[in-house]
Design a protein around this ligand. Structure first.
Ligand SMILES: Nc1ncnc2c1ncn2[C@@H]1O[C@H](COP(=O)(O)OP(=O)(O)OP(=O)(O)O)[C@@H](O)[C@H]1O
Ligand SMILES: [Mg+2]
Length: 376
């Protein structure tokens, strides 16, 4: 059947820290994953709307009930909410609003939406259960016409055309996802998720500063920004100073040691994961895997991390080559978009009925066959 319908493809990476979209109409953007609702009539008047997102929500946070819908793995990789259906339903409602907002940004410049099909490929962490994937499908219900859920590190690999012998390490805010690619859709044994990621660094950094400088008054948002501008784990000679208020007056503090120590806390689990995934791989292909370790996600921008992992691999595994993706924040959404575009119409039709019947396996088989076609 020849189809004439207009399709908008969107790669979507709903993150703990920020949610990213990449669309085939050229739109590409991200929104910090915050959703806020005015607390009362006065705040409603000040904010001027019933719901606010991203940076605007952070700016008005004192006047809002503020939500981070994917915080602590809610919906995406924990069973938080299983015992509290009301809370779970609310998290989904908030997440759906965020997704609607993103789709709104994607279609902002579309003049004719009549009859347009909106297709989205959504990333889920390696650790996501069937129930978590169902949550994401529920979130997309009524916002996207067609939805496919794929493993986040797989989306990164797909975007980089790395189907064979590659190890992707996606360092986000809530999780670090490690995934070994070996020509097929990764299964459970190919993936490791650790829960010490960017948010964990922020928490350790905050605790260390509080311990050293008891009088200072600051929030996690302040030091998160500072971390993003200064994070490092290499042997830097330069000292890093942060300005923090003490009884209202800004004072400069040396936090070189604390920042490095906080950043270092996520490294042992990453290198342990690399070792496990390499050691349990087919020995003939291990060298290929070691040659192709790819860092993605916001946390991959830490200065010195790449070399730290490479040095460790040389020491423990005899060899290692680690590279950082060019666009750490967009790598997942870019790959998801590519997958979205590569899927022929008939696969989407199959997927639609599979999603309805809750047969997530079928969608995996679908992607495997697409990926193998792309390889030739
Ligand atoms: N330059 C930087 N140096 C160190 N960390 C950074 C830098 N830039 C961003 N980050 C951190 O990266 C994390 C966000 O990365 P990313 O946007 O990939 O996460 P996410 O996709 O929202 O989270 P998740 O994948 O866990 O749901 C945050 O913890 C942020 O503070
Ligand atoms: Mg992410």
């Amino acid at each position: 059947m020849v189809r004439t319908k207009k399709v908008l493809n969107i790669g979507i990476d709903l993150g703990t820290s920020r949610s990213v979209i990449a669309c085939d109409n050229g739109m590409r953007t991200f929104v910090p994953s915050y959703v806020g609702y005015p607390k009362d009539a006065v705040s409603r008047k000040m904010v001027g709307k019933d719901i606010v997102f991203g940076d605007e929500a952070i700016r008005y946070r004192l006047a809002l009930d503020l939500y981070r819908p994917f915080d602590k793995g809610q919906l995406k990789y924990t069973d938080v909410g299983d015992n509290d259906p009301e809370e779970n339903a609310k998290a989904k409602r908030v997440a759906r609003e965020l997704l609607k907002h993103l789709v709104g940004l994607a279609t902002e410049e579309e003049e004719d939406m009549e009859g347009m099909t909106i297709r989205g490929v959504l990333g889920a962490p390696a650790l996501a259960s069937k129930k978590n994937k169902r949550n994401l499908l529920d979130v997309a219900d009524g916002v996207l016409d067609d939805t496919m859920i794929v493993s986040e590190p797989f989306a990164v690999a797909y975007g980089l055309d790395l189907f064979n012998s590659a190890l992707i390490i996606d360092i986000g805010a809530g999780t670090v996802d490690l995934c070994r690619m070996s020509g097929t859709i990764p299964t459970e044994k190919d993936q490791i998720t650790t829960l010490n990621a960017g948010d964990h660094i922020d928490k350790v950094f905050l605790d260390l500063i509080k311990e050293k400088y008891e009088d200072v008054d600051f929030t996690v948002a302040m030091i998160k920004r500072f971390k993003e501008e200064n994070a490092f784990i290499s042997k830097q000679d330069e000292k890093v100073f942060i300005e923090l208020p003490v009884r209202g007056k800004p004072v400069s503090y040396d936090v070189t040691k604390e920042l490095k120590a906080a950043c270092m806390t996520i490294v042992p689990e990453i290198v342990e994961g690399v070792k496990k995934l390499v050691a349990s791989f087919d020995p003939e292909f291990q060298r290929g895997l070691k040659r192709n370790v790819i860092l993605a996600g916001g946390g991959s921008q830490m200065v010195g991390l790449r070399k730290q992992i490479e040095d460790y691999m040389k020491q423990e595994l005899g060899y290692g080559r680690v590279t950082c993706v060019e666009e750490p924040l967009y790598a997942g959404a870019n790959g998801a978009l590519k997958l979205c575009k590569d899927m022929p119409d008939e696969y989407w039709d199959e997927l639609k009925s599979a999603n309805k019947k809750d047969q997530t396996r079928e969608s995996h088989e679908t992607v495997t066959s697409i990926a193998s076609k792309q390889k030739v």
